[in-house]
Structures are given as C-alpha cells and as structure tokens.
Design a protein around this ligand. Structure first.
Ligand code: ZN
Ligand code: ZN
Length: 366
C-alpha cells in the first residue's frame, strides 16, 4: 500500500489503495485528479483515493449524486486553461444532498438537495461586484479549477454559492442545467431577444438544447444552425422552426443569435443573418480567430456583437426557476464515475449529443 501527500496542500491530503479504508484519520473516497494536463487521449486524469474533504467555515459538504461533464473540464484536463491548483478534481455541475455543514453555515440542513456550479467565490467589494456584475469580478474563483469539483464522491461548496434544488427531479436531469444551462441563459439575456423574437443558435450541443427550450417556452421562433445531423433532429423535436447547416442562411432574418460553436469564422456569418438592430452573443470561453468584418454588411444598421463571461448567481437562480417551470429537460448520456476520462474523450470526439453525466458507481445500482 502506498500513501502519499500532495505537496503544498494543507487541507487534503493523503491517499492510498483500498476502497473504504481510512486515511489520515478521515473517511476515504474515490476522486479523479488532473495529474499532468495534456491531450485527453493520453489520459491526463488519474482515479485516486483521498480523504473526504472537510467543509471549511461557510461551506457545505455535498455527496455527489450526479456531475455533468462540461467542455471546460476538457480545457482544464488538457491544459488549455492554466493550472490554478495542482492535482485539481474537475467538475462543476454537481447535484447531491448536503452531507455536512461547515462552521457558521445557516439556512441549510443535512439532506437538503443542492447544486454546485462553476462560480464559487467573488470578492463582493470591487467596482463590478458593487454594480451587480459579479461575473466580471477579478477576484472570482471557480469550482473544478481553483478548487476541487465533482468528479468525486464528495465535494464542497461555499453555502453562499450553492443552489437549492427540488427533490422531485432526477439528479441526472438537473446536473446539466448547472453550467450548460446557466451560461446558456446568460447568453440568451446578452442576446437581448425581444418578446416572440427570432433566435438563431449556432451550434446545438448541451447549452443550446437547454436554452432553446426556454426561448421556445417564452414564444420565440428558434432556428438551429449546426453541422450535426442528430443535433438538427433534436432541435426539430424540441420545436425549432428550422434546422440547417451552420453556414446556411436561416429562413428569416434574426433578431438575436447566440454562437455556441467555438468557431470565429461563424461570427461574420451570424452577423449577416441578423436583422437591423440585431444582437449576436458569443457564448464560448474560447473562440478561434474572427475574420475581418465587413462594416456595411455585418455591423451597420446598429447590429451588435457581444461576448458572454461566466454568470451571476442571480442568472443561475433565475434560470433554474424557469427551467423547472418550463420542464426543461436535458438529453443525457450517463457514465459511471469510474469512466469519467472516457466521457471526456467521447466529448472531444463528438460521440454524443446533449450532455454526459457522471454517476458514482455505488449509486448506479439504485
Ligand atoms: Zn461548464
Ligand atoms: Zn468583485
């Protein structure tokens, strides 16, 4: 049996072989860690055993029932995002019950169902926080990047950044709402879709298929512009007015568009598809180069190009309430937690539509 300690990490710890053992005086759990960031095909993640984390002051300990897989987890694993924490456990779309309360937590009880999402800390004092734009806070911290996330049996979250979730909906269905859904919703707000407006969605993956359901429930006319045949079929099943190729012209001019595909070449394409006064919101955290824009065809008539950065907690609470009211349903592909690395490889290879969701192996039997 080998036990070893992560260097420079006071709170966590030691891990060893043998599930169910006690290490460092606390209960052990299985968790994935990014051991050396690199191409996902080279398996940069390792499935290790480490102690169940102790919730710090103001934090909740959450037992992970489901953790959805985000493209950002791929960026963390492959090193596209700089390392913020050595051996970090990825995952920021977690659903599960509160298992323990840190000191000073009020308003939550053990057993309450909560969601853990991407944004986990802001300073609350900077100019952006004070004007209600905490998504722009330079002091922000993120789950599964700055702190260990949900590719594990347990994770922690500051109570002030947890979302309350109902018990009546399956955890697997709720998990993808927590990033794909929330960020997609902020993109929808940034796209300033007018009432009963015409919305174009460029790329139709995990985020777009959730946002489409909200927009449709609110009376919008939705056009999916995407390369995948299965994605186009899903869009039409959900009620989209049309589904065509990403470079095709939609059948009517658009009031608003959201670019989910990380493809800068699509920016001028989408700008041309906008009606006068239309808005394009670029939802991705990464985008390939944007070609030169033609002022007359692609910007004049007060068309606007906007980016989307993270989300505020208000965006999250608002979206979750709408998603429950409109019965927004994620198309999910369940993987046992022990196959998280495979799920990331499949995501990169584009082997599924909708969202992959990890479920801890001991829970798959139930
Ligand atoms: Zn995400
Ligand atoms: Zn701030």
């Amino acid at each position: 049996m080998t036990l070893y300690r992560f260097v420079g990490d006071a709170r966590e710890w030691v891990f060893g072989a043998g599930l169910g053992m006690t290490v460092g005086g606390s209960e052990a759990m299985r968790a994935w860690v990014v051991s050396r960031p690199g191409p996902i095909e080279t398996s940069p993640l390792r499935y290790v055993e480490k102690p169940v984390p102790a919730p710090a002051r103001g934090e909740l300990l959450v037992r992970v029932l489901a953790c959805a897989v985000c493209r950002t987890d791929l960026h963390v694993s492959e090193g596209d995002l700089p390392v913020h924490r050595e051996h970090v456990t990825p995952g920021h779309m977690v659903v599960g019950p509160v298992a323990a309360l840190g000191e000073g937590v009020s308003g939550y009880a053990v057993g309450d169902r909560v969601g853990v999402a991407w944004l986990r800390h802001v300073d609350g004092t900077c100019v952006y926080c004070r004007r209600g734009s905490e998504n722009l806070c330079p002091g922000s911290l993120y789950t599964g990047w700055d702190a260990d996330g949900g590719y594990a049996e347990y994770t922690t979250v500051p109570a002030a950044f947890a979302y309350r979730l109902p018990a009546g909906v399956a955890a697997v269905e709720l998990a993808p709402l927590l990033c794909a859904g929330i960020i997609g919703y902020r993109a929808l707000l940034r796209a300033s879709l007018p009432a009963r407006g015409r919305l174009g969605l460029y790329g139709f993956g995990d985020s777009a298929h959730l946002v489409a359901q909200v927009a449709l429930a609110q009376g919008a006319s939705v056009h999916a512009l995407t390369r995948g045949e299965a994605s186009r079929r899903l869009a039409l099943e959900l009620g989209a007015a049309s589904a065509g190729g990403a470079y095709d012209s939609p059948p009517e001019p658009l009031d608003s568009a959201i670019l989910f595909a990380p493809v800068g070449d699509l920016v001028p394409v989408a700008m041309r598809a906008l009606d006068r006064g239309g808005v394009l919101a670029v939802a991705g955290i990464h985008l390939t180069g944007i070609p030169r824009l033609d002022y007359e065809r692609e910007l004049f008539y007060e068309k606007e190009l906007r980016s989307v950065t993270s989300n505020t907690r208000d965006n999250g609470r608002e979206f979750l309430a709408l998603a429950l009211r409109y019965h927004v349903r994620a198309t999910t592909h369940v993987y046992p937690m022990s196959r998280a690395q495979q799920a990331l490889q499949d995501l990169k290879a584009g082997l599924f539509d909708g969202a992959a969701v990890l479920v801890n192996d001991r829970d798959t039997a139930h």
